[in-house]
Design a binder for this molecule. Structure first.
Ligand SMILES: [Zn+2]
Length: 118
């Protein structure tokens, strides 16, 4: 395994954290069972609730900026602009979720944590 920054960066970009040779995801958020390049057990990483938590933490801070703008700067967007901002917020949530899941899988792979089989 590479060092921590490299592992996390590769995961954030959606590449295998171990070899950078193949994608982590098979679609939007579904993880490949194994890396097709090096065989790292990507599908056995118990990412669970950490990626949504991290994504919400980041995105809600962006949302907080708009809330402050609405109340402190008297920024009153119209209906169309409000809808557009909500659409952008949804896109940001989706992008942040994928990036966070890749990073968490990289961290778990580096730590050697695997999902327990029952
Ligand atoms: Zn790999």
């Amino acid at each position: 395994m590479p060092d921590w920054p490299t592992t996390i960066r590769r995961g954030c970009l959606g590449h295998c954290p171990a070899c950078n040779g193949a994608p982590i995801f098979d679609g939007y958020l579904k993880v490949h069972d194994k890396c097709s390049s090096c065989g790292a057990p990507l599908g056995e990483m118990p990412a669970d609730d950490a990626p949504p938590y991290i994504a919400m933490l980041v995105v809600l801070h962006v949302l907080a900026l708009f809330i402050v703008l609405f109340y402190k700067a008297d920024f009153r967007p119209g209906l169309v602009l409000s809808g557009f901002l909500l659409f952008l917020l949804a896109l940001l949530c989706m992008a942040a979720l994928r990036v966070a899941k890749g990073a968490v899988i990289g961290i778990l792979l580096k730590l050697g944590m695997r999902r327990e089989r029952v």
